[in-house]
Design a protein around this ligand. Structure first.
Ligand code: ZN
Length: 502
């Protein structure tokens, strides 16, 4: 009988899950409350837990169980929970068993130290200070890729970790197709007089900002009995179990957009995880299925919903009431235009929906060049400036707003870190289109501050299955077709044709 084997597999996976979740908790603390003096020991502790999880998961006993379970798996439908658990575990196992545990520990310890160095180097505008660390990160990333020989591009295995099934070549082709549509759109918009967004940069007290954001995500369906929000430098979502899924934000009192939209964004990530079938707890199925699908959920709630006209027709009076006297002279139309202002800018996380993908594409290309060895880390700041100049017509005054702006390369690896953002933008529109097809009343519900129908559709078609299906399978099942850029382009054209009278 296969049940005892499956039970043993689940037991082993539970231990791996718990070790990883404990490491996440240490990481959350490192990014929220830990004093700087804790950095060195914390790096070691996170690395140790990662190594233990890796050793437990790649234990040959797990391999034997997966082999023994083949006949049972074959007797089940592809989409059954048990077959999916065995299939996905085997995919992860066959991947991770190639990577030595000592390498995992070294990789993670270095990533953690490098992150700490970046938190000091960025405010000091000191790229030279983190350069040796980044060079080591690049070596590590190459070494990781080389555990998967047979790739056609060295970035392929790294992209595959984040967005299973994608390769450097397929992402490049997709981005080229998107760029062809986006560049003329950006040009047409930026040829027009810019929107006045000064209302965003008035004084907005921190407490009221945090309260307002939390109130909206509660209405979105973020479950505060299974989550909380704290402050950090670089907002993120993390989880310690399916019952504890947290988000972080940062507040600027002279900018109403920063905390608010980061809260809506991270809540989108969190609601995905909160919607996973609780039966998958403690297994590899209890995760979002890919970076791209994850990002589709954050961008959907942040942009498609949270920057829509209907949404603000409902919430704007509440925003005005939350900051008495601050927005009395600003109409909802002016505010709506301000939060959707399109402009070529230097900072990815502050970029509007239309130019955002240009920021992603240039990072993706730089990652490929670094990994190929056609770009050296020491030449990265200049290459960065050249691409910004070429793609966005702007040059950063210093590395703080240039190559030091994103945490990714300093707190992880190089390769596979960025394509998910644009895949997410594309998918967000494709999923929303499918939800609308099923429930054409969703926009009018949003305009009444009601999100149940949309949230319910996403739960049934995206969230519930966790990692059971690959991104491609999930997208086919949810929308009836593979990833397509058309819904995203149509969404942008319709929205911005109205905003900018194109
Ligand atoms: Zn995100």
């Amino acid at each position: 009988m296969s049940e005892p084997k499956l039970a043993e597999l689940k037991q082993r996976l539970q231990v791996v899950f718990d070790l990883n979740m404990a490491a996440s908790l240490l990481g959350w603390d490192q990014n929220t409350y830990m004093p700087p003096g804790g950095a060195e020991a914390r790096a070691r502790q996170i690395a140790l837990l990662g190594q233990l999880a890796h050793e437990r998961f790649t234990d040959e006993a797990v391999g034997h169980l997966l082999d023994d379970l083949r006949p049972y798996e074959a007797s089940l439908p592809y989409d059954s929970d048990d077959a999916s658990l065995i299939r996905v575990t085997r995919r992860d196992y066959e991947r991770l068993v190639r990577v030595p545990a000592t390498f995992v520990a070294e990789f993670n310890a270095h990533a953690s130290r490098s992150y700490q160095a970046w938190t000091e180097a960025r405010p000091a505008n000191n790229f030279a200070g983190v350069r040796p660390m980044l060079e080591k990160t690049l070596d590590h990333s190459r070494q990781l890729a080389d555990y998967f020989p047979g790739y056609s591009h060295i970035a392929d295995p790294l992209i595959d970790f984040a967005d299973y099934g994608m390769k450097a070549e397929s992402v490049r082709a997709l981005f080229a197709q998107l760029r062809e549509q986006l560049v003329p759109l950006v040009q047409a918009i930026t040829n027009q007089p810019p929107a006045d967004d000064s209302c965003i940069r008035r004084h907005y007290p921190e407490d009221a900002q945090l309260r307002f954001g939390l109130d909206i995500i509660r209405q979105y369906g973020y479950d505060f009995t299974r989550g909380r929000q704290d402050k950090t430098h670089h907002p993120f979502m993390t989880k310690f179990s399916l019952g504890d899924i947290r988000i972080t934000t940062r507040v600027k009192e002279n900018d109403i957009g920063d905390a608010l939209f980061s809260t809506l964004h991270e809540a989108g990530h969190a609601m995905y995880e909160m919607g996973i079938d609780p039966a998958y707890e403690g297994t590899p199925l209890a995760n979002g299925t890919s970076a791209g699908v994850h990002e589709s959920q954050s961008r959907l709630w942040e942009n498609i919903v949270g920057r829509s006209r209907g949404f603000w027709e409902h919430f704007y009076p509440q925003l005005q009431a939350a900051f008495p006297g601050t927005l009395d002279d600003v109409s909802v139309d002016t505010f709506y235009r301000a939060i959707n202002k399109v402009q070529k800018s230097l900072i990815r996380v502050d970029a509007d929906e239309v130019t955002y993908n240009l920021h992603v594409m240039l990072r993706f290309d730089l990652e490929l060049q670094l990994l190929e060895g056609t770009l050296a880390v020491r030449d990265l700041p200049e290459a960065w400036q050249d691409r910004y100049d070429h793609d966005l017509g702007l040059t950063a005054p210093d590395d703080r707003d240039g190559v030091l702006q994103d945490v990714h390369w300093y707190g992880g690896g190089i390769g596979g870190a960025f394509q998910g953002y644009t895949l997410g933008n594309i998918l967000s529109a494709q999923y929303y289109e499918a939800a609308l097809k099923a429930h054409p009343n969703i926009p009018s519900e949003i305009a009444q501050g009601k999100f149940d129908t949309l949230h319910g559709w996403l739960r049934d078609h995206i969230y519930r299955s966790g990692s059971k299906f690959t991104a491609n399978e999930l997208t086919e099942r949810a929308t009836g077709s593979p990833l397509r850029i058309e819904p995203y382009i149509a969404y942008l054209r319709a929205k911005y044709a109205d905003l900018y009278a194109l």
